[in-house]
Write a protein that binds this ligand. Structure first.
Ligand code: GAL
Length: 817
């Protein structure tokens, strides 16, 4: 039976190589103790030298041989080391690996010694041109170090390495499950393979199971069995991501092994008529994600990886993510499987295609990616081209062939920005950056593909560099950013020949000097690097069903002085309510409804508030004239011409004044006042969300507000002290007014202090950017309460997080080294 031991604690690290490292001496002089995931250097938020993390470093692990290992095979499984490494055990080279995004295994058995053992991992985090994605420029940073988890694996004479599970006809009422296991055995011969199926939600209840006689291969090979006659199974779907556990137990005279694999029954197909999931058309709407964070680069543990999937699926309501531009953490993908977030996963690369050896490595990446993630129901498309590269017939024939041979069930794509490029994949995946704010939003299919027949088409990027936006930019920019995302969504939803679209991108990210805003940041996210939402995040969030969450987000600074030329209208409310009822200074203005004429295909078009003219205005006019005058004013305000009246307008006001015994000047003055104009008192606006005739939510915005509270909002209240590695969570910091609105122009510096068993994963002092910030804390192998204080110039915020043990009191618990 294989034993897997999390091997993330007790490492030593030195940020420079030394000539004697490979000798594996037990000395740790000059090293610092670290835990994995580990980044080779903590970086500043921005404006750093991009060479800062591109260096060679050394990791050391000292461990004791265990008598339990006698006669067994011992391996180390690395989940991700950036970008290449050489591994030595007790002075012997035991393996090496190139490529930072995929797992690899190093066998230790022959060089293990009784007593103390020393493992050294020399890590090269430079941008070596022989390793994809390197060789030219790349619009993201790759950071460095052993940035994903490591495990020690001890195996007997028989071991199951991995599973490949397939359901040939998932939509049939009676299903079958083909289970293939990659097996390593010391000797060939007969064995018994028992396969059982249980729902992940109820693992104790076996739904089906059978024992099959199988022939063990000599050394490495495959054992196969098919469970059939499976009934009453639920499909995995985006709204019901039902998962099953398939357990295999392999037994022979020499030994046994067990392997549990998560699986979901679903069919997924990109067609010329759209994407079809389980027989029904689903329009794909989502975002691209980089797996990076401020300061720590790629090195974040499970909970933080999972959180990104939660943000995308639960908060923003996306149904697809693209792991741009490389395979991402298994924790993120686990969460995608569990949350019903579809995934396009792709090999590492960015525009550049290297020489034959480089291409061979890219082909290897296709294989490793598929082997790692074959069983994930969330993955619906393999990206087998280098993102945005030129056509390369032979190379891409190979990558496609590898993918198809390994995985006959999934289609391939390959992201291109060149129209009419050669289609060797099943799906034409294209970055369509057409939308630049004008009427044209997405290219017609024929223009994109140049083909005379329809093909399955997916837009894999839009927006991004077309409109970089910081959360603290001027109102017009943050609003236009949100509208552009809505326009692309609308255009995609309107087209039956398009499977969907993914915009660029979920989160701002650090990048190289030749990209971004000159500070090593691409401000392309709908959320900032800290995962705090910009207005554009609500373009997605407001499309969710109100049954899931009621959203009512006025995307305005609600101030007459913020816009060029002044004024507060029109402003937009991103909402999934039927209407927004608006009150100004306590008096009803109107009910405003979603703009279905501009956005006929969005589930929830934005609501445009075009004017602030109260319903019951007293202009001192007879009732009918008053109503007509209000209608005239609304039309002027909506057209933006209240302050630039023409001759006809003056004539109308003149006649009205004469008829009603008042003066044009008085009417004009009253009109400007009613419109909430310049020089008038502050406006207080109350917005009520109306759903099925009921008021279901309320927001108050306006000018008469001030900075009232500083908030510290943890994503989690409870962390685990003794899991596979350290645990972590994010604490968002917000400056808010008396109504709870964020204050995007509060830029004060805050200081974090922590009392209890946790450390900061970044600096303790930082400014609020866009009125908000966030920081991450990590556990330090102790339980207790973490009391956190965030101190600003005049305010403080507090929160507390409990750190608990997984082990029942008094138990030995599970082993971690
Ligand atoms: C694309 C590219 C992305 C990112 C984006 C910015 O061309 O694929 O990686 O650079 O532009 O909008």
């Amino acid at each position: 039976m294989q034993e897997r031991i999390a091997w993330n604690r007790g490492w030593y690290y030195r940020p420079s190589p030394a000539p004697g490292d490979a000798a594996c001496t037990p000395s740790v002089a000059g090293f610092m103790p670290v835990e994995l995931p580990h980044t080779n250097r903590l970086l500043p938020l921005n404006c750093f030298d991009e060479q800062a993390y591109q260096f060679c470093s050394c990791y050391k692990k000292i461990f004791s041989w265990s008598p339990d290992w006698a006669g067994k095979d011992v391996f180390v499984d690395f989940e991700g080391v950036m970008a290449a490494c050489t591994v030595h055990l007790n002075g012997h080279p035991v393996g090496q690996h190139t490529g930072g995004y995929l797992p690899f295994t190093i066998e230790l058995t022959p060089w293990l010694q009784h007593g103390e053992n020393v493992l050294v991992v020399e890590v090269d985090s430079t941008e070596r041109p022989d390793i994809p994605p390197f060789g030219h420029v790349v619009d993201f940073l790759t950071y460095g170090g052993i940035y994903r988890e490591v495990a020690l694996r001890i195996a007997g004479p028989l071991r199951i390495e991995r599973a490949m599970l397939d359901c040939p006809d998932p939509l049939a009422p009676v299903k079958s499950l083909r289970c293939r296991y990659s097996v390593a055995s010391r000797s060939a011969g007969p064995a018994a393979l028992t396969v059982t199926l249980a729902a992940k939600a109820d693992p104790g209840k076996i739904l089906a199971g059978k024992t099959f006689p199988v022939a063990l291969p000599e050394r490495d090979g495959w054992c196969e069995a098919t469970l059939d006659g499976l009934t009453d199974l639920q499909l995995w779907d985006i709204d019901n991501p039902c998962l099953y556990l398939v357990q295999a137990s392999l037994q022979c005279d020499a030994g046994e092994d067990t392997f549990v694999q998560t699986f979901g029954f679903r069919s997924a197909r990109f067609t010329t008529d759209g994407f079809v999931l389980n027989g029904r058309r689903v329009k794909l709407v989502g975002l691209n994600r980089h797996q990076s964070w401020p300061y720590n680069g790629y090195a974040m543990p499970e909970r933080i990886q999972r959180r990104d999937a939660e943000i995308l699926r639960r908060e923003l309501g996306c149904n697809i993510v693209r792991t741009s531009h490389y395979p991402q953490s298994r924790h993120f993908l686990d969460a995608c499987d569990e949350l019903g977030l579809l995934v396009m996963e792709e090999i590492p690369g960015w525009q550049h295609i290297g020489n034959a050896a480089w291409q061979a490595q890219a082909c290897q990446n296709v294989q490793s990616m598929i082997e790692r993630d074959y069983n994930r129901p969330s993955i619906i498309l393999w990206g087998v081209r280098i993102n945005e590269s030129q056509d390369s017939h032979d190379f891409y024939q190979k990558t496609n062939a590898i993918a198809h041979e390994l995985d006959a069930g999934r289609q391939t794509g390959g992201v291109r920005y060149i129209t009419r490029s050669e289609l060797l994949e099943d799906v034409y995946t294209y970055n369509d950056f057409t939308h630049a704010g004008q009427a044209e939003v997405l290219r017609p299919q024929k223009q994109t593909t140049g083909l005379d027949h329809p093909v399955p088409l997916l837009v894999t990027e839009s927006n991004g560099h077309m409109y970089p936006t910081k959360s603290y930019d001027q109102e017009s920019r943050v609003v236009e950013h949100a509208l552009r995302h809505l326009r692309v969504m609308e255009a995609a939803l309107a087209r039956d020949d398009l499977c969907g679209e993914l915009s660029w991108c979920a989160f701002d990210y650090n990048t190289h000097s030749s990209f971004g805003s000159g500070d090593k940041i691409c401000y392309h996210g709908v959320c900032d690097m800290f995962r705090n939402p910009k207005y554009a995040a609500y373009s997605y969030r407001s499309q969710k069903s109100p049954a899931e969450e009621i959203v009512l987000e006025p995307i305005t600074r609600a101030s007459r002085g913020e816009r060029d030329g002044g004024g507060t209208v029109p402003f937009y409310v991103l909402t999934n309510c039927d209407a927004v009822r608006l009150y100004k200074n306590g008096r009803l203005v109107d009910d405003f409804t979603p703009d279905r004429s501009a956005f006929p295909h969005l589930p929830h078009p934005p609501v445009t508030v075009g004017h602030l003219m109260e319903k019951e205005l007293d202009f001192g006019l007879p009732e009918e004239d008053g109503r007509a005058f209000r209608a005239f004013l609304i039309q002027k305000v909506t057209a933006g011409t209240l302050l630039v009246m023409g001759a006809d307008d003056y004539a109308y006001i003149g006649q009205l004044a004469a008829r009603c015994h008042t003066t044009p000047a008085k009417l004009y003055g009253a009109a400007v006042k009613a419109a909430g104009g310049w020089g008038e008192d502050a406006n207080d606006l109350v917005l009520e969300g109306i759903l099925n005739g009921q008021v279901v939510c309320r927001r108050e915005i306006g000018e008469k507000h001030s900075y009232k509270t500083l908030q510290a909002l943890p994503d989690d209240d409870v962390l685990v002290a003794d899991g596979d590695t350290y645990d972590a969570t994010r604490i968002a910091v917000y400056a808010r007014d008396e109504w709870g609105n964020p204050l995007p122009f509060v830029q004060e510096c805050v200081t974090v202090s922590i009392d209890g068993p946790a450390d900061l994963l970044g600096p303790a002092q930082f400014p609020l950017l866009g009125g908000c910030a966030a920081f991450w804390i990590r556990t330090i192998n102790q339980t207790g309460t973490v009391n956190i204080t965030v101190t600003g110039l005049s305010k403080q915020a507090h929160c507390a997080i409990a750190v608990r043990s997984l082990r029942p009191v008094g138990s030995g618990g599970k082993r971690t080294q």
